[in-house]
Design a binder for this molecule. Structure first.
Ligand SMILES: O=C(O)c1ccc(O)c(O)c1
Ligand SMILES: [Mg+2]
Length: 600
């Protein structure tokens, strides 16, 4: 279906919004009137610019407070409408959105409302314009889509139809199945928005917290299916009022919006995309550092052995069990400390993963490799981390490890500490791309998203959300820094799995690994939270190990000191524990602040 976007979704001037929508591949626009009023461009210039870019203007909006008990006020509304019809002609748009009145003067009697809408539609028709009447969820009398439709049906004018908006429908708890009772040709327009489940005033919720479909909790795809079954053939148009998107880069938001609509079409059964061969685990984590000394020392103490060196690049492979860490000195900025640059994801079909990423408007990274290197494709995640699609140790696909030459003079034999693999990787997201990241991991990689959590840090509150593949070893924790400038200071981390954390910690410590000290208050509190065996509690206290449990099992974890932006976590899961120790995150954050010397 055609894809449109309301200018209110995007940041910047009207021309910046138009350019961003065109660059992201949209077909059409809803012009939000305040964007036009503030623009230095004339309506004709806007019309021409839009046409030059191959777009159409599908809707002019909003026209407010039409229905009224005051005949004088209604005459004034007709006069106001004449101005807008003339403006719409200059813009080259023939559909105007009228939202239900929020005024105390809105009539109780549907007959009055229907009559006034019909009279407005008659005037509109004289100008070649049609009216799409939308129920605002906070409309004074008309606040549900079925009520708006009843009024439109009663007015019975060919230039009058209804506009459905998924936010208003879901936020009022209406059942979208009733859409199928509206004749498709009377659904003049379909606006789509999602939103997180928030218990708050519906107007505030709508004006500040809408998000793109797939980023919130509404079943927007189900609503689209109902509209299509009703016979709707117009555009799928995004109308998202969101405080964060209003500040973010418009070009990037437009791509996020486009990805949302493509994924929505797939969910609604309107498009077939290459299926996501969801990743099953981690092939490697790649750290970049100008000076790899501190990381080598830490990896060595954690029991990793340096096993290979890349044939053409300054990259080392370090391994323990199935945990593989690459240390890369190319391109690392001398001023910045070590950082997590890339993740290798195990996927059953790397080429299919790339095709899916491309189908979902995700940036496939240019290959930089020598002719005889194993093909390794990557996409850029929203935070800039390169995600490589790997198939390690299978005959049906080249193995990326063959690019690494075994070391002729191996590093002194490290003693393994019992690390078996990578349990999860935690990435810090730019605060204004958090919703984009959730949608990216869900749609492009086919992962499941857990609900967002708010984690208190001594200097702010940050959001955290896990994405994972159920039943596999693939788990990512996405954290968002509390303040825009805070990202560079926020560490990322690699969590290493062990079957015996006490032994692993003891061995690592003996080998010289610096671990994060945990305040005694934490273990005192732990004793009150859980009836733990005193001997176990003493061991946890002594080793600086944190503890959590859920219905399925237990979680033991501890942290190394931070090197640059990176630290390691050592984790042991028992039973089917499915979390990440979130209740302990505030203690870890405070302990890291203490260790950094910033927080006495
Ligand atoms: O918040 C509003 O006023 C508003 C305006 C136009 C719309 O289409 C809408 O859904 C909300
Ligand atoms: Mg709307």
């Amino acid at each position: 279906m055609r894809k449109s976007i309301a200018t209110v979704c995007l940041s910047g001037s009207l021309s910046e919004k138009i350019d961003a929508a065109a660059a992201a591949g949209f077909d059409g626009l809803e012009i939000f009137e305040p964007d036009l009023t503030g623009s230095p461009l004339s309506p004709e210039e806007i019309r021409d610019r839009v046409a030059e870019l191959g777009l159409t203007i599908d809707l002019f909006q909003p026209f407010r407070d039409v229905e009224t008990v005051s005949p004088r006020a209604f005459e004034d509304t007709l006069r106001r409408a004449e101005h807008k019809f003339a403006l719409m002609r200059r813009l080259g748009v023939d559909l105007m959105l009228v939202c239900s009145s929020v005024s105390p003067d809105a009539p109780e009697d549907d007959a009055v409302t229907a009559d006034q809408l019909r009279r407005l539609a008659e005037r509109a028709q004289d100008h070649g314009v049609r009216i799409a009447y939308e129920a605002l969820a906070w409309g004074r009398r008309v606040h549900t889509y079925d009520h708006a439709w009843r009024v439109v049906e009663r007015a019975d004018h060919p230039a009058l139809g209804t506009c459905l908006d998924s936010f208003h429908i879901f936020s009022r708890g209406s059942d979208p199945a009733g859409i199928e009772r509206i004749p498709g040709e009377k659904i003049f327009f379909l606006q789509l928005a999602d939103a997180p489940a928030l218990g708050m005033d519906v107007l505030q919720w709508s004006r500040h917290y809408r998000c793109f479909p797939g980023q919130g909790s509404f079943d927007v795809a189900a609503l689209v299916r109902h509209a299509v079954r009703a016979g709707y053939t117009g555009p799928l148009s995004l109308e998202v009022f969101n405080d964060v998107f209003r500040q973010a880069d418009a070009a990037r938001t437009a791509v996020d919006a486009m990805r949302s609509l493509i994924a929505l079409e797939e969910d609604a059964g309107l498009a077939v995309l290459p299926t996501p061969p969801a990743p099953t685990g981690f092939a490697f984590a790649e750290l970049s550092a100008h000076d790899t000394g501190p990381l080598r020392a830490l990896l060595g103490a954690l029991g990793f052995a340096r096993t290979g060196r890349h044939a053409h690049k300054p990259v080392e492979l370090w391994e323990q069990g199935d945990a593989r860490v690459l240390l890369n000195t190319s391109g690392a900025d001398r001023r910045e400390g070590p950082a997590l640059a890339a993740i290798g994801l195990e996927t059953p079909d790397p080429a299919a993963s790339v095709r899916r990423a491309e189908a979902l408007a995700s940036p496939v990274l240019p290959r930089r490799r020598a002719a005889d290197d194993v093909p390794l494709d990557a996409v850029a995640a929203p935070d800039g981390t390169a995600l490589f699609f790997c198939r390690t140790g299978h005959d049906d696909h080249p193995d990326w490890r063959t690019d690494f030459r075994p070391l002729t003079a191996p590093a002194p034999a490290a003693s393994p500490t019992g690390v078996t693999g990578i349990d999860h990787i935690a990435l810090t997201q730019p605060w204004h791309h958090f919703d984009e990241a959730s949608l990216f991991y869900r749609s492009v990689l086919g992962l499941e998203t857990d609900p967002s959590l708010d984690v208190p840090d001594p200097y702010g509150l940050f959001r955290s959300r896990a994405v994972h593949r159920p039943g596999s070893g693939l788990r990512l924790a996405l954290n968002v820094a509390p303040a825009p400038g805070d990202l560079e200071e926020r560490p990322q981390h690699i969590a290493l799995a062990t079957d015996d954390i006490v032994a692993t910690v003891r061995a690592a410590r003996n080998a010289g690994a610096a671990l994060l000290p945990i305040p005694a208050n934490y273990h005192d509190d732990l004793a009150s939270r859980h009836a733990l065996d005193p001997e176990l509690l003493a061991t946890l206290r002594e080793s600086g190990i944190l503890y959590d449990r859920d219905e399925a099992g237990e979680f033991f974890h501890c942290y190394t000191a931070t090197v640059g932006r990176v630290f390691f976590e050592i984790v042991q899961r028992t039973g089917g524990y499915g979390g990440y120790g979130a209740p302990n995150a505030p203690v870890r954050l405070a302990a890291q602040r203490t260790a950094s010397g910033l927080h006495p």
